[in-house]
Design a protein around this ligand. Structure first.
Ligand code: ASP
Ligand code: MG
Length: 302
């Protein structure tokens, strides 16, 4: 049975975790499913601010760390039974975050910065997995992104490595039926150290994994209906595109449209994996399909 990769952005996992889990549970009845999740809304920005203060030498970061911990604990408490499991993961993530920030303060190490910023997704993944277990009624495994995805280059904006990701992810997922939940936003270096894929990089995590696993498709679930031909906030006459070929989507992403991270298209294009852009808050909307030219021509004509 082929894999399908579903990615949920910060707004979805924060404001609609049950709807997101319902969407995953339905997909998991048809396919082996891997879910990529963003950090809760606003958490990466708070981590960026914490890293900035650590770099400036601030030592009094405990209140901010406690607030980030409490934000996640409070959500886990709403999940019957799952709170205890989440709590132990949260505690170990928060300890690693504190250690990474101490290293940032002492050495300014870019690798420590990457570890600190990855904490948002490392906290949201067990939370979403617990929500999904409750909704789907079956066990869900959290797999760290460094065990599946490979990137190379700068720790804050590394480049995805498709061939190495194929090898790493296929080995790790052999015999696994899913569902699995994977934190977005970072991959592992050759030695497994976390490297960020750039702000908004969870889209790239999803397309890289989907391409590596030869997924039937990658679904990117956000809070808009899909890709528009121009910025719908500035142009009321903007029209939703039912389909875009990879080149057109890449041009749109590079022009600054927020629909898809610009680096996310290359792995999907290399493997010919279609990307479906969908709205978690309006799942009835058909969304936009980004794919090979021949495939999207059919949908455009339909
Ligand atoms: N949480 C990260 C960010 O805010 C990555 C993402 O959501 O795609 O940039
Ligand atoms: Mg995004």
């Amino acid at each position: 049975m082929s894999w399908r990769v579903l990615k949920f952005g910060g707004t979805s996992v924060t404001a609609a975790p049950l709807a997101a889990a319902g969407i995953v549970a339905a997909a998991a009845r048809e396919r082996r499913v891997a879910v990529v999740v963003s950090a809760l809304a606003g958490v990466t920005d708070r981590l960026v601010a914490l890293v900035g203060r650590a770099r400036a030498g601030a030592a009094d970061l405990d209140d901010d760390l406690a607030a980030i911990g409490e934000l996640h604990r409070e959500r886990a408490r709403r999940l019957n039974g799952a709170a205890a499991l989440c709590r132990s993961r949260f505690e170990s993530e928060l300890r690693s975050l504190r250690a990474a920030l101490a290293e940032v303060r002492e050495t300014g190490s870019p690798h420590a910065i990457a570890r600190a910023l990855a904490a948002g997704e490392r906290l949201s993944a067990p939370l979403f997995a617990a929500t999904l277990e409750a909704v789907a009624g079956r066990p869900v495994e959290v797999i760290d992104a460094t065990e599946l995805l490979v990137a190379a280059g700068s720790p804050e904006e590394a480049a995805p490595q498709l061939e190495a990701t194929r090898q790493r992810s296929r080995l790790r997922l052999a015999g696994c039926l899913g569902p699995v939940v994977v934190p977005g936003f970072y991959a592992g270096a050759g030695d497994g150290a976390p490297l960020l894929l750039g702000r908004g990089g969870s889209d790239t995590s999803a397309t890289l994994l989907g391409a590596a696993l030869a997924a039937d498709r990658v679904e990117i679930w956000t809070d808009v209906d899909g890709a528009y031909d121009r910025d719908p906030r500035r142009f009321p006459e903007a029209r939703l595109c039912p389909a875009l070929d990879f080149a057109a989507a890449e041009a749109l992403a590079r022009s600054g449209a927020k629909v898809l991270h610009a680096q996310a298209i290359a792995p999907a294009r290399a493997a010919g994996t279609p990307i479906h852009l969908r709205n978690t808050f309006r799942p009835e909307a058909p969304g936009t399909v980004v794919g090979p030219r021949e495939a999207v021509a059919v949908r455009k004509a339909a």
